[in-house]
Write a protein that binds this ligand. Structure first.
Ligand code: ATP
Length: 260
């Protein structure tokens, strides 16, 4: 394995346009996720198209123009035999995102994710305890059933399961909405350490500007389906005069004051 930092994107969108049968809801989107680089954020008002971009990145929504590639291959044309590896290498975590039997215990769920990762050819070498620690879930959660967890605990478990493959790219679409603000900082700290150590490229979509500012070196502001400003979020909010950016800054004046 090479020890030099990667410069090749694992996942990239070039001139991506996509929609749901009607007019495109996103267009002209260029984005690259490079393992070993700092996390990238996307912010923007509700309905701007953030989740659509993420859906296109995982091949769930087909581009109407441009393309999305995984290690150089078009994601909507990945052959069946490669799909398992793609899903292990490119993980999406959404707000709801936990697809596990509610009767399972937490350690069974994480153990199953580790087994699945090995089967997909992406063994992480991590233990159940390490993965729980990566999302700040204490060992006492291991014997709890998934159904007994709070919303925020479920979101943290979803993140732990996504980390089981040590993915090349982790796409986080509002991953911590149910985690209370006090705990959110700790989860982000642990998650940042875990993804940095594994060289995982992270994309974070969130309405939480403070979270994006803390986690991401670069953020894109999406308005009506296109990126209208990009850069360090603090700087973008302070300097861009695009109406969509001003709207965001005014909707979150506390965050702006804190960054200024
Ligand atoms: N399955 C779908 N079928 C039809 N239209 C959809 C579908 N999913 C999303 N849309 C529409 O596409 C547009 C972009 O939605 P999207 O969910 O990508 O926005 P978003 O920025 O993620 O919003 P939010 O912040 O509220 O989650 C919206 O107008 C939405 O109504």
């Amino acid at each position: 394995m090479s020890t030099s930092p990667a410069t090749t994107p694992v996942l990239r969108a070039d001139g991506l346009a996509a929609g749901y049968g009607g007019p495109d809801v996103v267009r002209g989107v260029d984005l690259e996720l490079v393992p070993g680089r700092e996390p990238v954020g996307i912010v923007g008002e509700s309905g701007a198209g953030k989740s659509t971009i993420v859906a296109a990145l995982v091949g769930q929504v087909r581009p109407t123009a441009g393309r999305v590639t995984w290690a150089g291959r078009t994601v909507t044309r990945i052959p069946l035999r490669e799909k398992k590896r793609f899903r292990a290498q490119v993980r999406r975590v959404t707000q709801e995102g936990l697809d596990v039997d509610a009767r399972w215990t937490v350690d069974r769920a994480v153990g199953a994710a580790l087994t699945e990762a090995r089967r997909a050819g992406s063994p992480s070498g991590a233990t159940v305890a390490e993965l729980l620690s990566d999302v700040a879930l204490e060992p006492r959660f291991a014997p709890r059933t998934v159904g007994s967890l709070s919303g925020g605990e479920r979101q943290r478990l979803a993140l732990a399961l996504a980390l089981a493959t040590r993915p090349a790219a982790l796409l986080l679409d509002e991953p911590l909405t149910a985690v209370d603000p006090g705990m959110r900082g700790e989860v982000v700290r642990r998650l940042t350490e875990a993804t940095a150590a594994a060289g995982t490229a992270v994309l974070l979509v969130s309405h939480d500007l403070e979270l994006v500012e803390r986690l991401c070196t670069t953020a894109h502001v999406l308005a009506e389906g296109t990126f209208v400003a990009s850069g360090p979020l603090q700087e973008v909010l302070a300097t861009s005069d695009h109406p969509a950016v001003r709207g965001l800054a005014e909707a979150a004046p506390l965050a702006v004051q804190r960054f200024a």
